[in-house]
Write a protein that binds this ligand. Structure first.
Ligand SMILES: [Cu+2]
Length: 323
């Protein structure tokens, strides 16, 4: 049995999807790095989600990567990943960049044979498939999870516990969402605010036709969406309740970029001191283009809450239109 074989023995419900897992030595550059990867078609009967996943070591360390995801046969992502996780202390430590990779991932009791654990569950009458990895970096314990619901909702999540340095701090989590809704081109991103009028996209919605960076703004219920201009299928990007707002160290909450292969740096995005994303903003058109959305959450850890206090962040990605 390979280390990443489907954990059917450990999880009675694992029989409800078909997956092929494997581990091996390779990277996109042909180098020597361990990885674990697999293919999902879930549920096995009448699949609603199909995608590949991969968890690799350096230099491709970007948490669990989701590749070629399709919902009900329509493409959603070319790739979704977590290429940067930075932490800044209100004290004399760091800042640090904490890569989520194969090497610092560990099997858990739910999936003792693999570092990426795939399991199904039900909540509120809906079924979901979870793909997660558990990591330790120094004193930190981190869980990276993608949840795919049968109604199309996707929940990227990062959970963290453990105190590395006894000061309050924020973990800044950057998800890269390379949307390719119904294919790579013809996508448009919009922003919702309660104060925006009717501009042809429904009350409150304003389209962004060039690259931009944005902040969260809860008073105007600010959120975002990406829509395919031909099929009118799209996804909302809804900030999570604990995702926080940018600060001087991590200065934006969302970047809207035109896809450029050179701007996918895998796990080497930015540094501990700088997320490096503003350099990609060069006023390129985002009107009906191949788009990439970076979403940042800012997870606050108050040291007085202790090292066993788990906190989680992440947006909800909610489909709309005729999926
Ligand atoms: Cu922390």
């Amino acid at each position: 049995m390979s280390p990443s074989a489907p954990p059917t023995g450990a999880c009675p419900r694992c029989a409800s999807w078909s997956t092929s897992g494997r581990s091996g030595w390779s990277t996109r550059e042909g180098g020597w790095a361990m990885s674990e990867s697999g293919r999902i078609s879930w549920p096995a009967q009448q699949p609603v989600w199909t995608f590949d996943w991969r968890l690799a070591d350096a230099p491709d360390e970007e948490g669990i990567v989701i590749l070629g995801a399709a919902y009900r046969g329509h493409q959603v992502f070319a790739k979704a990943s977590l290429p940067s996780l930075r932490v800044r202390y209100e004290g004399p430590c760091g800042p640090y960049k904490d890569p989520l990779n194969y090497n610092n991932a560990h099997p858990t009791s739910r999936c003792p044979g693999s570092r990426v654990c795939v399991y199904a569950y039900s909540s509120g009458g809906l079924r979901a498939l979870s793909v997660e990895s558990y990591h330790t970096i120094s004193a930190y314990r981190l869980t990276h999870r993608w949840v795919f619901w049968e109604n199309g909702v996707i929940m990227p999540r990062l959970f963290s516990a453990g105190i590395q340095c006894p000061f309050d701090h924020r973990h800044h989590v950057y998800w890269r969402l390379d949307f390719d809704i119904d294919g790579a081109g013809r996508d448009l991103a919009l922003e919702y605010n309660t104060y925006t009028g009717e501009e042809g996209w429904g009350a409150g919605w304003h389209p962004f036709r060039t690259e931009t960076k944005r902040l969260k703004n809860p008073p105007s219920r600010r959120s975002w969406a990406v829509v395919d201009l031909d099929s009118h299928r799209g996804y909302h990007v809804l900030p999570g309740p604990n995702d926080g707002t940018a600060d001087a160290f991590s200065a934006s909450d969302l970047w809207l970029l035109r896809y450029r292969a050179s701007e996918d740096r895998y796990g080497r995005q930015g540094s501990a001191a700088d997320d490096g994303l503003n350099g990609y903003l060069n006023a390129e058109s985002t009107d009906g283009q191949d788009l990439v959305v970076w979403y940042a959450a800012h997870l606050f850890h108050r040291v007085a809450q202790g090292g066993d206090d788990w906190h989680g962040v992440g947006p909800d990605l909610v489909p709309f239109g005729p999926w």
